[in-house]
Design a protein around this ligand. Sequence first.
Ligand code: AMP
Ligand code: MG
Length: 415
Amino acid sequence: MQSIAEALAAMLPAFSPLGEEDVPLTRSFGRYLAQDIIAALDSPPFDNSAMDGYAVRAVEVANADSASPVRLGVRGESRAGGPLPSALERGAACRIFTGAPMPAGADAVVIQEDTVRTGDEVTIFEASPVGKHVRARGSDVRAGAALLRSGDRIWHGELGLLASQNIARVPVYKQPRVALLSTGDELRELGAKLEPGSIVNSNLYVLTEMLRELGVVPVPLPAAPDSLPEIESALRKALEADVVITMGGVSVGEYDFVHEAFANLGIEPSFWKVRIKPGKPLAFAQYRGKPVIGVPGNPISAMVIFEVLVAPSLRAMLGDPRPHPQPVSARLREDYRRRPGRIEIARAVATREGDELVVALTSLQGSGSLPSFVGVNALVILPADRAELHAGDWVEALLWGPGLRSERSCFETLD
Ligand code: AMP
Ligand code: MG
């Protein structure tokens, strides 16, 4: 049986990125850059004012203060998006607004609050050294400079930066198409009539969203019954995708046909079973280099194994150079006794208490049922060798789903 680390080490090499494509910026959110991006433009693209006020020559207002204000004639105006201002005459100021281009010759802005305007003249009560309240061309980004790196994920800041550079198409790694194939005679589609003995194929809907959230393209397939030929023919269809995930039928029961179907189709097993609870009967195989993952059908096992092993693998395939989740430290709220032997991934609700994170396990009774996943925002990693854990013990946890939430604004105490 593999450790989690061994399983990941065996899986990751099979999940290299699929190659790159250019997509419109408006379709690039959440994707991973496949190339370094070099700045095309200076940003800001022109010297402009950071404030509403008057553009001046710094030297002409160098001695201004409330006792000896400086008086300048107002010549012209510069507003954002308006006509370009003409060069500033000596002994004059130009009315200017935030974001507006600086007139040639001006090298500082005096803010409106430090002036009094009377007709064509402005009285200035404050000196403004060279560059004051001026956003200089290229001060944020110089054309030709490295802007973003291959492997960076396009998130809000990256998207805004690319847009500000007028970059309308971006090179990103291709999104893998991931087939989801449930197996089981008992499974029915959502909304179907449930005759005795049948259940809804709920994993299909959960894993579809888990895939979507990661940024891959889910390809949900109709469930296959527990019959070898039908699983084989469904698998042939599934193999048209870039990655195949089967659900259920990978245990040791008489009706668990997935291993046999893999063998008959030439899908070569790499490992089966991982020292993890829940999720032990995970199978990993490859068909001509294409990853095929058999996850157990138990809904809790499927979700946990997805988060721990499938998600990092798929992130690597999406082009993420750091595909592994980063745990945070938290304290246990209650005692927990367990059978040692395997790392256990326990569902929990994490809240902040003072400076610490506290996790309350929702799976204390070892329940494998779906209600124990409701409201879960952390998966707690319980070490393999610990039989007894106590309230207050430090544990590692992966933040999950909606993350930390609060009914109160933190600003009530940070005022
Ligand atoms: P299996 O891994 O096929 O032995 O299934 C283990 C348990 O999970 C059984 O109780 C199945 O009925 C249930 N199960 C299997 N596949 C699914 C699925 N796609 N959605 C919901 N439950 C499932
Ligand atoms: Mg089954």
